[in-house]
Design a protein around this ligand. Sequence first.
Ligand code: ANZ
Ligand code: ZN
Ligand code: ZN
Length: 823
Amino acid sequence: MNTMTINFQKIEKKWQDRWERQKAFFTTEKSKKPKYYVLEMFPYPSGSGLHMGHALNYTIGDILARYKRMAGYNVLYPMGYDSLGLPAENAAIKGKEHPKTFTETAIKNFIKQQKSLGLSYDWSRLLKTSDPDYYRWNQYFFLKFLENNLVYRKKAPVNWCPKCDTVLANEQVHNGKCWRHTDTSVEIKHLEQWFIKTTKYAEELLEKVDDLDWPQRIKIMQKNWIGKSEGVEILFEVNGKSWPIFTTRPDTIYGVTFLVVAAQHERLNELVTKEQEKTVKSFLKKTTSTSQKDLDQLEKEGAFTGSYAINPLTNEKIPIYVGNFVLADYGSGMIMAVPAHDQRDFEFAKKYAIPLKVVINPPDYELDPQTLSRAYTQEGKLTNSQEYNNLSNKEAIKTITDALIKKQKAKKTIQYKFKDWLISRQRYWGTPIPIIYCQDCGIVPVPQKELPIKLPQEVTFGKGNPLATNKKFIETNCPQCKKPAKRETDTMDTFFDSSWYYLRFTDSKNNTKPFDQKNINHWLPVDQYIGGAEHACMHLIYARFFTKALRDLGFLSFDEPFTKLFNQGMLHGEDGFVMSKSRGNVVLPEQVSKEYGIDTARLFLVSVANPDKDVHWSSKGIEGSSRFVKRLEELITKKPEKSSKRIESKIHTTIKLVTADIKDFRYNLAIVKLRALLDVFFQEPVSNKDKEIILKLLSPFCPHITEELWEKIGNKTVLSIQTWPKVDESKIDEKLEAQEQAIDNTLADITNIIKIMREKQNKEPTNIYLYVMPSEANIYDKEALSKRIGKKIQVFAVNDKSKYDPQEKAKKAKPNKPGIYVE
Ligand code: ANZ
Ligand code: ZN
Ligand code: ZN
């Protein structure tokens, strides 16, 4: 067979059609095999389609799914689209296309591209969150949550562009300005919005993180996101009224020189005096919303309110400021500031010339408040704190808390950074919130039988809330009193959709229930979830919350949705930057596919690095993978013979190692072993059975070419659903394997030495000498070794009197570890 004539496109199409016709990857719950659920985070179908970076993600999951299927599991490997959301709507705002047609075109394109990658999804379970048959269940769960006190309504600040006359998402605010009106400052408005009571599960979400088989860094990010903090609420008195502050450092209470209240604090007005009204107003005008993450970087600003508070322990009178570095929705929205020991307070105090008071000294010297250049935040001994002086500050936390509690001026509390989930979006392309407002009955849930509340087609974009522009949609009757009433015009955050889609895959066509219990019990939890680290917090926390909430509502009987999580690395373009359309460095699968076949691309993507590391695209690397695929083809033309003992040993060792590598996502190492095995196939007599084994081992990586070759050697079946080769330990010649391993190690050592000489000494070595045990002299074949390294190698037995050994390296030789000298 002439290797130059492989028509990749033809065989790819042939096998993709064949898989589809035979329903090779369809799964049912009826199978007796053990289940395995592999899931990649479902994509947002962007208008620009897939590039190689996406191909990498899906290839990682596909290899595992294909392996598991062959290894005897009933594998659920589905695909769907997170197809509601802002980009489709933005296209509509820019007057391009209706979000619905935009999304449908994008999904069609995605499916076509994903199919051409040879991904083994069970396409019969496909779901799209923009489909009313999907989002009706969002509405259903919303109502269930409402019934069970997991949903409530509350005023919350939003970003508002006065020119757009609408709410902006955080990503539509650029440096405090509207993304479309770069000259218009975004304002903060307070609107009534819907919240999900995620904090009800804060403690369980935190505690159970430890039990998850997830990457450590993701677990840490989840913990920080939940941000549990144990502290004290202390009451300060202002004009006879109590104002609580939250602190984790009651030991510093003698160092408080001012209080700061959040700009968005509900009771701020009570503190602002007539004289200070103007100053405070002008400060408030320029502060935009402050979020948790930028508090440290932020330039601290504020204004004096005119009021004073009484310190409950010292009875000192202290000024109260309003400031931009205090969050309204954390603790009580007010802090006691200790500028000598807190860096944010320090910066604020310096700016507004507020005095500092040192109350903690380092163990070995005393701080001077006059010369302090930054806050002292370390531990130490108390000073300037009356009867508490000389206590270690750690002890003082307890003692001072107790003293305050005794005076009824404090109580211990726990605070979480984690907030209830604000799900209202003043957007069109989301799930309509199933609520009706009636003048007489108030807030009335839409009766379940009226679901889904579908998105109307006709709306106006770019002028306020789009759903409010369709009269037919908003005007309805109250389900209770039947009088005219109005529908809610907000839609849900799209994270709602992605919080339970993994459940729907088990029963994606069900139109009487979100899913059948039996299917859920069969498939869940997801055994292996795969996705990017950018979802470490929001998506993964909300999905975990949903699972727990649905468990408590009787829908589920397990605690955690994703048993194992794998974070893939990013694909970088040849310019070294992460591959992305906006950078203009994308490589498209269809281009590579045309020239080399998609299997070559798949093989390359996972052979460069461990899939949890970043991968760099390289056209040279692609050539290497292409050569491998071509050699594999050549192998098939080799005359079948009786297999040698060596090939048998090699094959079974490889099965063992490659299986372990695939299970642990060490795809790159699996490929190294498969390459080595292919080399041996060309050195030894091999049988057709041997060829079948290597094709099976390569099938998850290169599914099309292996099918084609499987057929060429006379099989009528589909390779992708054959059983994975079993290791026959009796075929493994341990001694031989150890020797070959030793040779490989020696060659790796030599390559390393050469590299060091080139880089560090700027020398190109010419001669290599090996000193081996006398019994090993016939194993280290100098011709073969020289060929593999590409340099002349001479081999001496250590007891050879005539050997050339200027540095006495022969003395270093051990069995299976020759001495090496390079010059
Ligand atoms: C006095 C103090 C002295 C503080 C000191 C720290 C160091 P975590 O661990 O994050 O919970 N704080 C309280 N409420 C706040 C709010 N709404 N916005 C911004 N900061 C707030 O930190 C708790 C500390 O964060 C509290 O302890 C408070 O400052 C500040 F040497 O009180 B501390
Ligand atoms: Zn605007
Ligand atoms: Zn009514």
